[in-house]
Design a protein around this ligand. Structure first.
Ligand SMILES: Cc1ncc(COP(=O)(O)O)c(C=O)c1O
Length: 405
């Protein structure tokens, strides 16, 4: 394997040497949240011991330092995805980012929004809720190979104002061709929102190249603390958007009869912000930059290939991911006849953390895949082939004991 020095990398993550139920932890729940390196953990301590103050408002030295690290973090995140700092709005997570667009964008009654069957609830429910305002919502189908039909995007339903889709599915692992879909959607006058919660942590991402109008992602899935996320809004797209929340530090001038709002991004950052989280996200981005996102992508691809290769040995196990042309480091499965929660419970007894249930993608899992849940192993760059070996061996034992032939 090239590019990633796995022994050194693992030393950066204190939790990876933890024992769980008497076994070495094998953390395969990275699509839910990532673990954090010491650089981030210690950075947060440093922040509270040296910087802590409310940013933007006051002019004393600590407040200026706090404002500086907040702005620096915005610049680091912008550079990470090839955006401009003014295009980066700090929010709590991808969910809040997408909700912000659904509330703040001036959709009209005749507008339609196009989502897909493979979305996480956070890129589905905000749009379904707009039906209450008479706005139409169309759902693009998912094929047997877990692909979207590109032809759908060549002939979008009339009046489609926004195409919202995930870059990478958190269940099937499908990586969608968002660049081509953005191009086709723009040709028909629709804007494009990319849910990049499962892609930005794992691969190089260039927002100018993809040409998305909105991009949503969460810090906690890419080494940063909980409670910090990002909404990218392409510069001109934000022109007619209304504030999502109102309050402190999002106005230029206010009297009881007149409000002059701040420009984006401040317009969408009302109230005291999560400076600690933004600082931590900046450190996480630095860590990822030091590794190199090309190296992260390459290493994870090798791990993923190895996992799917070894999975061929599994008996009494159904697999629901990895069929599309491009897919990420997600492996969704069930031991036949065993509920996914039971599988996850049995793996946990061996120290192996996997997710189970609907994965906040109930329409995909229940309606489309006809399942009552699935187990999911999801990898990150600090996982190893040895961990995959243990996982496959333990899963094989569970499937041999409890699985239906
Ligand atoms: C594809 C996708 N989109 C959005 C989200 C929502 O992320 P958050 O809960 O951090 O808002 C997730 C979380 O798992 C996800 O997998």
């Amino acid at each position: 394997m090239t590019g990633i020095n796995i022994e050194n990398v693992r030393k950066d993550f204190p939790i990876l040497s933890k024992q769980v139920n008497g076994n070495n932890l094998i953390y395969f729940d990275n699509a839910a949240t990532s673990q954090k390196p010491s650089a981030v953990i210690e950075g947060l301590k440093y922040f509270y011991e040296n910087i802590n103050a409310n940013p933007i408002r006051s002019i004393h030295s600590l407040a200026e330092e706090s404002t500086k690290v907040y702005n620096d973090a915005r610049k680091k995140v912008a550079d990470f995805i090839n955006a401009e700092p003014e295009e980066i709005v700090f929010v709590r997570n991808a969910t809040e980012a997408i909700n912000l667009v659904s509330f703040s964008f001036p959709f009209k009654k005749e507008d339609r929004i196009s989502s897909t069957y493979m979305e996480h609830h956070s890129n589905l429910l905000p749009w379904l809720r707009l039906k209450e305002r008479g706005i139409g919502v169309d759902i693009a189908q998912v094929s047997e190979d877990y692909e979207l039909d590109i032809n759908y995007y060549r002939r979008l339903p009339k009046n489609t104002r926004l195409v919202a889709l995930t870059h990478a599915s958190n269940v099937t692992g499908t990586i969608n061709d968002v660049k081509e879909i953005a191009r086709l959607s723009h040709e028909q006058g629709a804007l494009v929102l990319v849910d990049a919660a499962q892609s930005i942590p794992h691969m190089p991402f260039d927002v100018k190249d993809i040409d998305a109008d909105f991009v949503a992602f969460s810090g906690h899935k890419m080494l940063a603390p909980f409670g910090i996320g990002v909404l990218y809004i392409k510069k001109d797209t934000s022109k007619n958007m209304q504030p999502f929340l109102t309050g402190g530090e999002m106005i230029k001038d206010v009297s009881l009869s007149r409000i002059i709002y701040e420009n984006v991004p401040n317009l969408f950052e009302a109230g005291t912000q999560n400076v600690e989280g933004a600082y931590g996200l900046g450190l996480a981005v630095e860590y990822l930059n030091n590794l190199g996102m090309e190296n992260v992508e390459k290493y994870e691809a090798e791990l993923t290939n190895y996992l799917y290769e070894r999975a061929k040995e599994l008996k009494n196990v159904e697999i629901y991911s990895g069929k599309s042309k491009r897919f990420n480091s997600i492996f969704s499965f069930n031991v036949t006849g065993l509920h996914s929660h039971d599988t996850a419970y049995l793996l946990d007894k061996k120290g192996i953390a996997v997710r189970s249930g609907f994965h906040c993608a109930q329409p995909l899992i229940e309606d489309r895949l006809k399942l009552d849940g699935a187990a999911r192993a999801s990898l990150y760059f600090y996982n190893t082939k040895e961990e995959i070996n243990t996982f496959i061996d333990e899963l094989n034992k569970i499937a041999a004991k409890y699985g239906r032939q």
